[in-house]
Structure formats: structure tokens, C-alpha cells
Design a protein around this ligand. Structure first.
Ligand code: ADP
Length: 307
């Protein structure tokens, strides 16, 4: 095989209580990427459609992540990458992660899979470092493993894939305002009280137990964040209204997707998720901020070959 086209899913990082450690992959939102083997050394990004992004290898996360893999692979040739960018950069649903993870996943297939999924996450994290200044794994891990993932430890990197209850559906609203990931990190405090710590690890444990037991009520009770959400939500217009209305419409829980501005909700069943989408649209209509709304099942496969 000398050419592959892959679907690279959008991802929701943090999932309320799991700042920097939990993430999930979406099914119906994502980029397409075509990667070709070439005899010329190095990575070249030959085409990007959909969004204005740099073609220079060292400025594009796909190039950085791809180079990290290439250096370790011993392969003497190189790769050409085409990106069909459907996830808007800076949306908070893992636009950069889709490209970082998609590039290394596709290259690994073309080289007959010399690397494990964990190693692919490590290469993709180099791309995340370029996008946000931190080599976080909570978007690239679910993109590569699929479903929900837990980053149990960063040093050494330890990723735990988690089960996905079959009726869980995500609704996401992306208000088109710019929040720089670096800014939304800067405003966070670096210490927390023991009381908040206790609440938070209770919820992380509860959410993971809920996923294992397919206990939707427990999942809903655990989708709480008393540490990051109260601070970051200040940057997102009408966050409180969106959340209140989503819960009224039947969502199990609602929070900030990644570093925002996207807001996500999880629901049991497609019908409720659609009702939540409607409530989000109504909340944002007429306030002068353009927005997109997505309803998606959880993608348990992660990145997949489509051509
Ligand atoms: P998101 O908030 O959706 O996760 P990020 O903030 O992680 O998006 O990444 C967006 C940043 O990464 C932008 O500054 C963008 O220019 C840069 N970037 C570089 N290459 C890519 C790429 N292939 N896809 C998306 N963003 C990229």
C-alpha cells in the first residue's frame, strides 16, 4: 500500500471532571486526510482545503507529529499529506489533534504498523505541543484508541481505554468566538483546595465506574467540574444558560469541551441529544454570535481507513 485516506475524528477533552486526563472521540465530526509514501525524504504537506492553515511542515501539527514518527522509523523515504480540514481550528473539539493523530496513524499503516497505539500517541503529542504549548494527550489518545480514554499518567505515559455505553450521544455547540488555548490555560489557578480535590476525584471515579456499568444516572451525576469550569466558563458567552437549558432538555451532563469555546452535553439516546441540540440553538439564536451544532454518537474505533 502506498496511499491511504483516513477519517480523523473530532474529540472532546476533559469531559468536565477529567482536566487533562479524560477524552472521547466523536463519530460524525472529523477531518479527512490522504497520506502517500514518497521516495523523497521528509514530510511535505501538499494541500489543505477547508481552512487557512500553514503548509510548512514545521508550522503544521501534522508535519511535526509526522516527523517525530519518521525519525524513529528508520524509513528512508518520506510522506506527502493532504488535509481536508472540517474541524475548525481553535474550536475546542481537537482540530489540531485530528491532524497530529491522523498523520501518524496513516503513516504507521503505510509502514505496516511498526508502532503501537501508545507510541502513536507519543508522536502525536509533539503536534499538540506546537498547537497549544503543552504536549497534552487528552485529545490525541481518544482519536487514536477510540471511545473514552484516561491518561492515567503522563510520565511514564499510561493510557487506559474505557468502555462506551451504547446509548450515549454527544451534542456540541461551537460558538464562533476565538479563545486562545494558551489564554484559557493562563487564567487557571495552579493550586486547589483539598475539598475541591476530594469532589473532583470522586467525580472522576464515578464517571469511570458509570462507563463500566453503563449507569447513565451515575455518568450524569459525575459530569461536574468545580475546578476549571467556574473559571473558564467566564470566557464563553451564555455558558450558564446553555448548560441550564441542556439539562432541562434532558442531558445527563454539560460542560466545556477542551479549553472552549465549544460546549458539550452527553445524553442517553439520540432523541434526547437532538432535543438538547435544539435547546442550544435556541439559547444562541439572536445574540449575534455565529455557531455550529453537532450531534454525534461516540466513535469507539477512533481514526479509520476510508480509502
Ligand atoms: P482545538 O481548540 O480545536 O483543539 P487547537 O487550539 O488545539 O484547536 O489548535 C489550533 C492551533 O493549531 C491553531 O493555532 C492552528 O493554526 C494550529 N495548527 C497547526 N496545524 C494545524 C492543523 N493541521 N490542524 C489544526 N490546527 C493546526
Amino acid at each position: 500500500m502506498s496511499k491511504i485516506t483516513v477519517f480523523c475524528p473530532a474529540t472532546i477533552a476533559n469531559v468536565s471532571c477529567g482536566f487533562d486526563v479524560l477524552g472521547l472521540a466523536l463519530d460524525s465530526v472529523g477531518d479527512l486526510m490522504t497520506v502517500r509514501k514518497s521516495t523523497e525524504k521528509g514530510i511535505r504537506i501538499t494541500k489543505i482545503v477547508g481552512q487557512e492553515l500553514p503548509l510548512e511542515t514545521e508550522k503544521n501539527v501534522a508535519g511535526i507529529a509526522g516527523n517525530a514518527l519518521l525519525e524513529q522509523s528508520g524509513y528512508q523515504g518520506g510522506f506527502e499529506i493532504e488535509i481536508d480540514k472540517r474541524i475548525k481550528p481553535g474550536s475546542g473539539i481537537g482540530s489540531s489533534a485530528a491532524s497530529s493523530a491522523g498523520a501518524v496513524w496513516a503513516m504507521n499503516e503505510l509502514l505496516d504498523r511498526p508502532f503501537s497505539k501508545l507510541e502513536l500517541v507519543q508522536f502525536a503529542m509533539q503536534g499538540e505541543n506546537l498547537a497549544s504549548g503543552t504536549a497534552h494527550a487528552d485529545n490525541v489518545a481518544p482519536a487514536i484508541f477510540g471511545g473514552f480514554t484516561l491518561v492515567r499518567s503522563y510520565n511514564p505515559l499510561d493510557i487506559v481505554p474505557l468502555p462506551t455505553p451504547s446509548e450515549l450521544v454527544a451534542t456540541v455547540i461551537h460558538p464562533q468566538i476565538e479563545i486562545k488555548t494558551s489564554d484559557s490555560r493562563k487564567i487557571l489557578k495552579t493550586t486547589i483546595s483539598l475539598k475541591k480535590g476530594i469532589e473532583q476525584w470522586g467525580n472522576v471515579g464515578g464517571l469511570i465506574a458509570g462507563l463500566f456499568k453503563s449507569d447513565y444516572e451515575l455518568i450524569g451525576r459525575s459530569l461536574e467540574d468545580h475546578i476549571v469550569e467556574p473559571i473558564r466558563s467566564i470566557l464563553i458567552p451564555l455558558f450558564g444558560n446553555v448548560k441550564f437549558n441542556a439539562l432541562e432538555a434532558g442531558a445527563l451532563g454539560c460542560g466545556i469541551s477542551g479549553s472552549g469555546p465549544s460546549i458539550f452535553a452527553l445524553s442517553k439516546g439520540m432523541e434526547t441529544a437532538e432535543r438538547v441540540a435544539q435547546s442550544m440553538k435556541e439559547t444562541y439564536t439572536g445574540i449575534g454570535i455565529p455557531f455550529d451544532v453537532h450531534v454525534s454518537r461516540i466513535n469507539t474505533e477512533g481514526i479509520k481507513q476510508i480509502g
